[in-house]
Design a protein around this ligand. Sequence first.
Ligand code: ATP
Ligand code: MG
Ligand code: MG
Length: 551
Amino acid sequence: SETQGQNFLQEIIEEDKKTGKHGGRVHTRFPPEPNGYLHIGHAKSICLNFGLAQQYGGKCNLRLDDTNPLTEDTDYVQSIERDVKWLGFDWAGKYFASDYFDKLYDFAVELIKQGKAYVCSLTADEISQYRGDFNTPGRDSPYRNRSVEENLDLFSRMKAGEFPDGAHTLRAKIDMTSPNPVLRDPPIYRIRHAHHHNTGDKWCIYPLYDFAHCLSDSIEGITHSICTLEFENRRVLYDWIVDNLIKGGRPYQYEFARLKLTYTVMSKRKLLQLVTEKLVSGWDDPRMLTISGLRRRGCTPVALRDFATRIGVSKTDSWIDMSVLELCIREDLNEHAPRAMAVLKPLKVVIENYPEGKTEQLDVANHPQKAELGTRQVPFSRELYIEADDFMETPPKGFFRLSPGKEVRLRSAYFIKCESVIKDDKGNVVELRCTYDPATRGGDSPDGRKVKGTLHWVPASAPTAEVRLYDRLFSAEQPDKDKDKDFKQFLNPNSLEVIRDARVEPMLADAAAESRFQFERLGYFYVDPKDSQPGKPVFNRTVTLKDSWAK
Ligand code: ATP
Ligand code: MG
Ligand code: MG
């Protein structure tokens, strides 16, 4: 059919365009609460909202949904802006819900005048008792029938700061008998004597999400207000408020399934715990599935957008495996990252038949498929390092790397053969004595002799560098599955391995912060922008070359 391959939101928008529902306009918004850093779930929402606007020639706003003064902060606002831009999007307008506090107050007054809101003096606990739940019917608040005049008076005095926190709330007067508890006179304003990051001390009453969100959408001329499935049963409230207060064109709410990813927690509250309890180095710790953590890990915006496209948009919850994300990252980096050589656990090799004091420069391709990425020179001389794991004194069958009497290829260099082994007092292998075949320069033998193993290597003069290897932050697939257990008990104790004395080929000593490489056979690496210093890069492993978790 015409709509095949489209998600349900694209179908809705195309239908709306046909019927002229919003005068042909498409205007979405991404509405984070600035109470933490954005995570990969937000990336899905960003790609969706900005993506739909792009696709249909519309607009997308960035709205900071800052109606709770206790948890919000200007630092968070800045991190959100940076992350959205880094992902590759630009907003039509940037707004704060708090910019609308005056308008929202007027809307609340209007609702009181219509007899559709009242000041309730029950405590928060009493309100929830009176409201009941899906199994328990609601009961009217004793304050439900206050007169419009009394409500107007009390509400203006709430605003003026005459009452302490919790003394009163403003509630929408809807239907205490509704089967949907959301409609049982939901609170829409509460008293909070607290400093707000944007409005300072101007206000001591703050609108609640259900009231602020739909009206902010209306004020901005949003057409399609896209949120996650938990809000489905609140759509009737969204509609009730908008229908009572907005004349003319109005926004509509649509719900999609939030991203659920294995081996991580996603809620900002939990991510904040990891940060404040110093279980990670910060919001941008490369193990965190925050956008800033992914960026510092070396993930690219292209890979993250590709991930959002591949997981798609649906109306039913499902789990996405972490390996999907890793695949997207690997594919992008494979195409673009220049190759380099580094040795994580160096084992010295001395080539006995190579002239002492001689150094030759070998030309090495920067990318096997992309000649346009050029070549670089890697010095080769009598002493070098290979990976300790690439040698075994008594190898099992099928071990194609180096062992006594065996010959292997050094990447882009020569064939070498292990002649003897030098050990320390404790019997550890500390050096290999090898010979090389000068006829194999570049990596092939003119006599057609084959070797099975190709090893990466660096010259013995190679500079040292710090390399950080990351594993998943949690060892459980769903760390917060069990509400009675602390998700932090599932932290993976081996999620970070720091190697301070890796050896890297000479050009890597000058690698620019934020550059990316494939270290041959080891994975993709990113030059850490925070901890690297000139001439002293720190390399974060973004992802391995293969999925080491695949069974
Ligand atoms: P959290 O519980 O992680 O704090 P939130 O929904 O409270 O998430 P907001 O800042 O309110 O965070 O979210 C901004 C937007 O991002 C909302 O529209 C929300 O629906 C969307 N969003 C949040 N988490 C996800 C997710 N896991 N998948 C898709 N969209 C998400
Ligand atoms: Mg929210
Ligand atoms: Mg939240």
